[in-house]
Structures are given as C-alpha cells and as structure tokens.
Design a protein around this ligand. Structure first.
Ligand code: VGL
Ligand code: ZN
Length: 240
C-alpha cells in the first residue's frame, strides 16, 4: 500500500513537470513564419571576408549553407556588398606607417583601419561562390566613396549620407528585418542598429553570423544591439 502511494506521488510530480514543459508560452517556442512585410538581409557574404580572403572572418564560410536554407523561407531577400575604391580611407595601406586594426581620426570620427579588401570589381569583392539565392531582389553596395567608410547598409560612417535602403524598404512596406552574414560586430551590428533607429523591427540570426572580434568589438556590438532593442535569435526560430 505504502509503495503504491509513493509511486502515485512520483507519477504526479513527473506529470507536473511534463505539463510545465508543455505550457512554455507560445511566443517562446512557435517558429517565426516570414511574410510579405519581412526581409532577410544578407550582409557582406563576400570572398574577401571568407577563407583565403584579405579580411578573413574566422569560420565565415560555415554560415553559407544556413543562409541558403534560411533564404528559401523569405520572399524578400536583400544582399549587401562592401564595395571600396582603391586607396580607400578605411585601408591601413592608405596611411604611411599605419597597420591594420590600428585607428585614425577622420573628419567623421574614429576609423578602424583594415587590410585592403572588397575593392570594386575585384575577385575579393565578389559574393561568396556558394551563396545560392537566385531570388534575391536587391544588392546594396556600400563604402564606395573613397573618403567615407560604411559598415551600415543604411547610413555611411559620416552619419549623414543615406544609401537609400531605408526608403526602398519603406516604399515596399517591409517593416521587419532579419540579419545574417559578416561580420557580426561590424557590418551586421551597424546595419541592425541603424534599422532599429529607423523604426524597423530588427532581429539578428546569431548562428548565421560570424564576427571579427578585435578590441572587444563582439561584446560591445551585442551590448549595443540588445540595448537598442535588436533581438538575438537562432536559425531554428524561423519556420523551415
Ligand atoms: C566589414 C570591416 C571592414 C564587415 C567591412 O563587413 O563587417 N568589416 N569592412
Ligand atoms: Zn569594408
């Protein structure tokens, strides 16, 4: 008899635990189904940022299959492409004695210096050869003015010059943006932050991004993004 009671209690506790798991609020577990007012923004998945590239992002190639898979679920996909002039203001080689990852003060503020990368029309500037998104609707090129960098696909580093992407999205009635690509702590973060400032809902699909992480840039980027209301989600959160 006593045994039977213990067993019933054990079953009751087990049942309660199963119920608790099953009653996780719907918002926390139901997959997001992208619709007509959503877009996937694929940031700078280019040869220069992946294996063998001049500004290689560690493990950058690993995200390409996930991005191809995710893109199938979006009617609206937009690609961005870093697209610099030779002798660009963001290149260390433009300043005698300066090395990559050092900084300089430019009229618009502090600029991190990079190895030469994504020069207009070169192989390094090409989109990653394994990117398979034939239905992408727009390619936004940025950083094409010699004197102004542009991590953001919305606003150049002078914080004044618009790329036109904000107007394009608004005219098309697109309000919610999902971000993937390279690099998490520079072009993805700055683009997602500007999206949020412009009133778009911005979500970064973390496992479909990779970062450079120089001088604490990764931690700073996530801190800024989360503070601005950018959401941090996983590829598995999107209905597949
Ligand atoms: C990027 C550094 C310089 C990026 C572009 O795509 O994140 N980073 N140019
Ligand atoms: Zn660049």
């Amino acid at each position: 008899m006593k045994h039977g009671l213990d067993r019933r209690r054990f079953l009751w506790i087990g049942g309660a635990m199963a119920m608790a798991a099953a009653t996780t609020p719907a918002w926390a577990q139901s997959p997001i189904k992208p619709g007509e007012s959503d877009a996937l923004i694929v940031v700078d998945v280019q040869r220069c940022f992946t294996k063998g590239g001049s500004l290689e992002v560690p493990d950058g190639d690993a995200i390409v299959p996930a991005i191809n898979r995710l893109a199938k679920g979006f009617a609206n996909v937009i690609l961005t492409q870093d697209w610099h002039t030779p002798g660009h203001a963001s290149f260390a080689s433009s300043y005698p004695g300066k090395k990559p990852f050092e900084t300089v003060d430019l009229p618009y503020g502090k600029q991190v210096l990079w190895p030469d990368h994504c020069v207009q029309g070169t192989d390094g500037a090409a989109l990653h050869p394994d990117l398979a998104i034939p239905h992408a609707q727009l390619v936004v090129r940025k950083g094409f003015r010699r004197g102004i960098d542009s991590y953001s696909a919305f606003l150049e580093a002078d914080k004044k010059t618009e790329t036109g992407l904000g107007g394009y999205l608004k005219e098309r009635g697109i309000g919610r943006l999902f971000f993937v690509g390279l690099a998490t702590d520079f072009c993805v973060a700055w683009t997602a932050l500007d999206a949020s400032r412009k009133g778009f809902e911005a979500l970064v699909i973390e496992d479909a991004t990779r970062g450079i992480d120089t001088q604490g840039s990764m931690a700073a980027a996530w801190k800024d993004m989360l503070a601005a209301g950018v959401k941090r989600i996983k590829a598995a959160d999107i209905a597949g």
